[in-house]
Design a protein around this ligand. Sequence first.
Ligand SMILES: C[S@@+](CC[C@H](N)C(=O)[O-])C[C@H]1O[C@@H](n2cnc3c(N)ncnc32)[C@H](O)[C@@H]1O
Length: 275
Amino acid sequence: MNKSDIKKITSANKKAWNQVAPLHKAAASEQLDKLFSDHNATVQTDKELIKVLDEISIKGKDIVHLCCNNGSELLSLKRMGAGRCMGIDISELAIEEGKRRSEQFDIDCEFICSDIYELSDDYNNSFDIVHVTAGCLGWLPDLNLFFGICNRLLRQGGCVLIHEIHPFSEMLPFDNSDIDDRLRIVDSYFYSEPIVETGSLDYIGNTDYESEPQYWFVHTLSSIIMGLMNSGFNLHRFIESPNDISMSHAKVEKMKAGVPLSLIIQAQKQIYTSG
Ligand SMILES: C[S@@+](CC[C@H](N)C(=O)[O-])C[C@H]1O[C@@H](n2cnc3c(N)ncnc32)[C@H](O)[C@@H]1O
């Protein structure tokens, strides 16, 4: 995809995210403020992720969280002992909320509003971990370009840590669907074009409204893995889990039907030696 097509898509998605930001804030801000007033609280609840964060030992590590939304996950990582913490998101309103909360609760995180595809080179070679979490990859039109940006943000020896919605789950009916059979395959796994939606993006407060058009990409497992390999990463850890982190498949999770709903990938930046 060329740069101008990417820009059209990311600009449309930015409008949709700025439109929903006040609704998400109205639904969750008070609860998040209450949570961060407790110094030991964290929004990370997925046991698999907590285990991995523990194993890679984030204490003192410099972390950049891409598509960080209002930064709640990043604020939690800082509270868990991470070093420099930076969150990047395309929505000014989400970034404003992250900044406000970091100041109010004295949690030292930097927040930058930027389209990830236009991120300044100033941050190259600056981080030990690039973190990507639920519902980031689907907004990105070009995965190879994205993982190239992840690579340049990392120092030698750094890694990208992805905690994402499993693409398999995108074939199943969402929680709000009328279809009774939750395990019926209702959608294709292989999309070459983005899915364009104008339905509500308010998955927190569930307000019904007509959204600005949103462009969503179903990236298959192979495109994620090949994207990493093509961008100078070695696969280090790959976990598939039946835990729902999408807020759209709680009903499938409850069935305990053995369906993969989320994944964790840790990929190491390849080390280049001269000579
Ligand atoms: C589902 S949210 C991520 C949620 C996050 N894991 C959390 O739980 O708060 C997706 C985020 O990606 C951001 N985003 C989408 N496209 C982007 C882009 N091109 N560059 C930077 N951020 C982008 C949106 O603004 C939104 O905040």
